[in-house]
Each structure stands twice: as structure tokens, then as C-alpha cells.
Design a protein around this ligand. Structure first.
Ligand SMILES: Nc1ncnc2c1ncn2[C@@H]1O[C@H](COP(=O)(O)OP(=O)(O)OP(=O)(O)O)[C@@H](O)[C@H]1O
Ligand SMILES: [Mg+2]
Length: 273
């Protein structure tokens, strides 16, 4: 892709691929994300961990432009361009992608049609993928992800098992070839073989043009997808960053030691704002 060739020198020399600065997000007038900073460079994998209800999924949805989440402050840029000014479609076209924690069921829309529409939107006007080529590619990727071919014609996520939904999110990822990949608990509900397949798909996409933000509760995923950075989110912001050893410590010891160190009593974005 032309834009990638252009991009190469740019990411390395001129700054981050994706940058979040002092982001504040509210839902129903309650501030959930409270001053979050994060810099993702091309080629990097960042993991976000954190107890339940600390704003991780809210962050992911807000970045994608979900209308329920109101941005009340801060700045987000992709290649230096203002993401918060972009429509949801534009964000997708620029290569942002979110695999949701709870993928929505969309009755009446076949999985294949959904992905083809999304892919054509991603490619932009005048660059539609020929139908035959699309189906060949789709079938090849489904095979690779061990998804039964009948899932192409089933309605999007309708009646899919938990693990099938997650693998289907990854199918969308490999088909759309995004550049800013946000995976929200992609490991939840996956059996161990599926986890390895998903990890392989993610690892195969690693390149200097792509950056990953992976939200997870478990260190296990990070054994297969080795992160460059691990961040902990509490009270709607990043409270600690480290390498993968941070994930290992959290798995072994939980969050109490960190809360203690930080003087945090309630890590959620609950009642005491
Ligand atoms: N659409 C919404 N409407 C009302 N409250 C919301 C909405 N989205 C998020 N919240 C609230 O924001 C807080 C943070 O939720 P969020 O889903 O971001 O947490 P999380 O860190 O992803 O938790 P988990 O680890 O359990 O997935 C919670 O108190 C939640 O109830
Ligand atoms: Mg969540």
C-alpha cells in the first residue's frame, strides 16, 4: 500500500503512530477516563491490565468514536492527525480497529457481507476488492483461524459461541489489515488452541507500520503475544507502566501491593470520583 511506503520513515523519525494525551471521557455525565496518556509507536505491542471497572473498555470504545462516550478533554492523534475530529468511518478508514469485549450480534447481516463492506470502506472509494478475490481471501483466512466455512454466511455473531465471536473478531482484523489494533479481552472465552491461533494471527501482523493495544486480565495471553510495555489502569488512568515482568507480578500477587504503593483504596471509577 502506498500509504505504508510513505509511512515508514515517518513513524521512526517524526514521532508516534498513535498518541493519547490527557484524555478524559464521560458516560452519562460520569467521568470514567480521567487523564490518560499513552504513546504507541509503530511495531510496538502495549498491554493494558487492570481490575474490573477501571475504564479499560470505555477507553477502547471512546477511541473508536462510540457515541455513548463523550470526550470531555484531551487529544488523540494518528500520524499526527486529530482522531477526535474524525467520524467513526474515517477512523476505520485510517486503520483503527477494535475487537470488542462483547461483540454485538447483528441479525440480517451476513458475516461475509459485513466484512466486505468494512473492507471496502477501509480501502476507500474506487478501490473496492473484487468479489471473487474477497471470497478467496476470506476462505483462506477462515481456514487459517480454524473457522468453519459456513460462518461466512451466518448472521454476524448471531448464535456464535463466546470463542467463535472472538475468533471472528480476529478474522475481521486480518481481513481489514488495520494499523492501530485495539483488542479488548480477546482471550476471554478462548480455549487454549484458539488462543494460540489468535496469538499467531496477531504476531503475523507485527510490523513497523502497525501498533497494538491489548487489554487483558491474564498473563497467559502475553506469553504468546509478547508485549513491549505493560500498563496498569486504575481510576481511569495509567498508574504504572513496565515490561512483561509487571504482568507476571500482577498475576502472581494481584493488585493489592500496587494499590498500597499508590495509596489507592478504590481502584474503580465508582462512587468516590
Ligand atoms: N455505556 C455505559 N453506560 C453506563 N455506564 C457505563 C457504560 N460504559 C461504562 N460504564 C461504566 O464505566 C465504568 C468502567 O467500565 P469499563 O467497561 O470501561 O471497565 P473495564 O475496565 O473495561 O472493566 P472489565 O475489566 O470488567 O471489563 C463501570 O462502572 C461501568 O459501569
Ligand atoms: Mg472491559
Amino acid at each position: 500500500m502506498q500509504e505504508n511506503t510513505l509511512g515508514k520513515g515517518w513513524y521512526g523519525m517524526a514521532g508516534p503512530l498513535f498518541h493519547i494525551e490527557d484524555l478524559h471521557v464521560s458516560v452519562e455525565d460520569k467521568e470514567i477516563v480521567r487523564g490518560l496518556n499513552l504513546t504507541l509507536k509503530g511495531g510496538e505491542i502495549h498491554a493494558i491490565m487492570g481490575p474490573n471497572g477501571t475504564g479499560k473498555s470505555t477507553l477502547a470504545s471512546a477511541l473508536m468514536g462510540h457515541p455513548a462516550y463523550e470526550i470531555i478533554g484531551g487529544k488523540v492523534t494518528l500520524d499526527g492527525e486529530d482522531v477526535l475530529e474524525m467520524s467513526v468511518d474515517e477512523r476505520a478508514r485510517k486503520g483503527m480497529f477494535l475487537a470488542m469485549q462483547y461483540p454485538a450480534e447483528v441479525p440480517g447481516v451476513s458475516n461475509a457481507n459485513f466484512i466486505r463492506t468494512a473492507l471496502n470502506a477501509r480501502l476507500g472509494e474506487g478501490n473496492e476488492i473484487p468479489v471473487m478475490k474477497f471470497h478467496r481471501e476470506l476462505q483462506a483466512q477462515m481456514k487459517r483461524l480454524n473457522i468453519d466455512p459456513v460462518f461466512a454466511e451466518r448472521y454476524l455473531n448471531e448464535g456464535f459461541s463466546g470463542g467463535e465471536k472472538k475468533r471472528n473478531e480476529i478474522l475481521q482484523m486480518v481481513m481489514l489489515k488495520p494499523r492501530v489494533v485495539i483488542l479488548d479481552e480477546i482471550d476471554s472465552g478462548l480455549d487454549i488452541d484458539a488462543l494460540k491461533i489468535v496469538a499467531e494471527a496477531v504476531n503475523s501482523m507485527r510490523s513497523p507500520e502497525v501498533t497494538f493495544l491489548i487489554i487483558t486480565h491474564y498473563q497467559r495471553l502475553l506469553q504468546y503475544i509478547v508485549p513491549d510495555f505493560v500498563h496498569v489502569m486504575m481510576q481511569g488512568r495509567i498508574v504504572r507502566s513496565g515490561g512483561r515482568e509487571l504482568a507476571e507480578r500482577l498475576e502472581a500477587e494481584g493488585y493489592d501491593w500496587l494499590k498500597h504503593e499508590l495509596g489507592i483504596e478504590d481502584e474503580t471509577v465508582g462512587v468516590q470520583a
